[in-house]
Design a protein around this ligand. Structure first.
Ligand SMILES: Nc1ncnc2c1ncn2[C@@H]1O[C@H](COP(=O)(O)OP(=O)(O)OP(=O)(O)O)[C@@H](O)[C@H]1O
Ligand SMILES: [Mg+2]
Length: 333
C-alpha cells in the first residue's frame, strides 16, 4: 500500500437523513440537493427540420455563441459556448441529425435528459441550465466543466494513483446518491461519463439514458433495447434495460472502480455479446490479485458492487457510502 497517498479528504458534508435510502431510489420528499424545477418543455412551434444542418464554431444558437467542439457522441455534438445574455461559458449539447434515425425520438430523448438533470442539484452532477429549440436543433445547456472525462485519463495513463482513485470514487458516490435521491437511475455510469475538472472535482454527465421512478417525467423517451455500454452494463440491465433500479448503477460503478484500481476491465470480450455473457456468468479476479496495493477491504467492496444479482450488492446510497468510508480507512494503513 502506498504509505503516503494524496490527501483523500473524502468530502462528506453533514446532510439531513436521507429519505430515500431505499432500493428503488424513489424519493417522496425533496431534499436539499433536489430541485423543484418543473420539467422543461421544448420551445418549439415549428416542425422538426428535415435537413441536416451541422453546427460549427462561431454559430449562434439563440443566446449562445458556439466556440469549440468538446465532444461528439452517437447522437449529439457537445460544444463549449458563450452565453451572451449572462456572459458565462456553458456547454451545449446539440442533436446530430446526421446520426439520428427517428427525429421525434431524439427530441424526446433530449427532453428526458433535461428533465432528469433539472431534478438534481448537486456539485458532483453537472448543472442543468436550459433546454430549448432553435429552428435547426433541440439543445441542452449545461454548466461548462473545464476538465477531461475520467475515461480519457484512464486510457492515457493506465492506473491512477490509489489515493486519487479513492478520492474520485468518493465524489462519484456522493453525486450518485443525489441522483438516486431524486428518484433517477443513471443507467450509463462509466469513466467516460465522469468529468474530472482541472482542480480534481468529479462531475457526473450524460443523463441520456437516465430513468425516473418518481414522476413520469421521462415517459415517452424510448429505452433502446440494449441501452448501456457493454463493458459496464449490469446483468439485469443487459436482460431488460427498462426494468432496473439504482443497483444497476452500483454495478456499473463497480466496473468503473475495478478499472481504476487495476487498469483493467473485470471482463474483456471481443464483442458486445461476449462481454455481456461474462457479466452474466463469469467470476472476476479480485482487484487485489491484479494490483497488490489494493487493500482487502477495498478489493472486497469492489467485488461486492459486482454482485451478479442486485440483492448481492450494496442496496442503496447509504450502504455504499458507509462501506466505502470503511474501506478507505483501511486503504491508508
Ligand atoms: N458540461 C460539460 N462540460 C464540458 N465538457 C462536456 C460537458 N458535457 C459533455 N462534455 C464533453 O462532451 C463529451 C460527450 O458528452 P456526453 O457524454 O454528455 O454525450 P454523448 O456520450 O456524446 O452523448 P450520447 O450518449 O447521446 O451519444 C464528454 O465526454 C465531454 O468530453
Ligand atoms: Mg457520454
Amino acid at each position: 500500500m502506498n504509505p503516503t497517498p494524496p490527501k483523500i479528504g473524502l468530502p462528506r458534508p453533514a446532510r439531513p437523513k436521507d429519505p430515500s435510502d431505499d432500493v428503488t431510489g424513489t424519493a417522496s420528499a425533496q431534499t436539499s440537493d433536489t430541485t423543484s424545477i418543473s420539467p422543461p418543455a421544448p420551445r418549439r412551434n415549428t416542425p422538426l427540420p428535415t435537413t441536416h444542418p451541422v453546427p460549427a464554431a462561431g454559430d449562434r444558437v439563440q443566446q449562445y455563441r458556439l466556440q469549440d467542439l468538446l465532444g461528439q457522441g452517437v447522437s449529439c455534438y457537445v460544444f463549449r459556448a458563450w452565453d451572451e445574455a449572462n456572459e458565462t461559458p456553458v456547454a451545449m449539447k446539440i442533436v446530430n441529425w446526421g446520426n439520428v434515425y427517428d427525429r421525434d425520438a431524439a427530441l424526446k430523448q433530449m427532453r428526458a435528459e433535461a428533465a432528469a438533470l433539472a431534478r438534481v442539484n448537486h456539485t458532483r452532477v453537472v448543472r442543468f441550465i436550459d433546454f430549448g429549440f432553435d429552428p435547426r436543433w433541440p439543445y441542452l445547456v449545461l454548466e461548462y466543466v473545464d476538465g477531461r472525462p475520467l475515461g480519457e485519463l484512464v486510457r492515457s495513463g493506465g492506473t491512477l494513483p490509489l489515493g486519487w482513485t479513492l478520492y474520485l470514487m468518493g465524489q462519484v458516490i456522493e453525486g450518485l446518491e443525489a441522483v438516486w435521491r431524486a428518484g433517477i437511475v443513471h443507467r450509463d455510469i462509466k469513466p467516460d461519463n465522469i468529468l474530472v475538472s482541472t482542480n480534481g472535482v468529479a462531475k457526473l454527465i450524460d443523463f441520456g439514458l437516465a430513468k425516473s421512478d418518481i414522476l413520469k417525467l421521462l415517459e415517452g423517451a424510448a429505452t433502446p433495447e440494449l441501452a448501456g455500454t457493454a463493458a459496464y452494463i449490469s446483468p439485469e440491465q443487459a436482460r431488460d434495460a427498462g426494468n432496473v433500479d439504482l443497483r444497476a448503477d452500483v454495478y456499473s460503478l463497480g466496473v468503473t472502480f475495478y478499472e481504476l484500481l487495476t487498469g483493467k476491465l473485470p471482463f474483456e470480450g471481443r464483442n458486445r455479446m461476449q462481454m455481456i455473457l461474462q457479466h452474466l456468468t463469469a467470476v472476476p479476479t479480485p482487484p487485489r490479485e491484479v494490483n497488490p496495493e489494493v487493500s482487502p477491504l477495498v478489493s472486497d467492496l469492489c467485488l461486492w458492487m459486482l454482485g451478479k444479482k442486485p440483492e448481492d450488492r450494496p442496496q442503496n446510497g447509504r450502504e455504499l457510502r458507509q462501506a466505502f468510508a470503511k474501506a478507505v480507512e483501511t486503504a491508508t494503513l
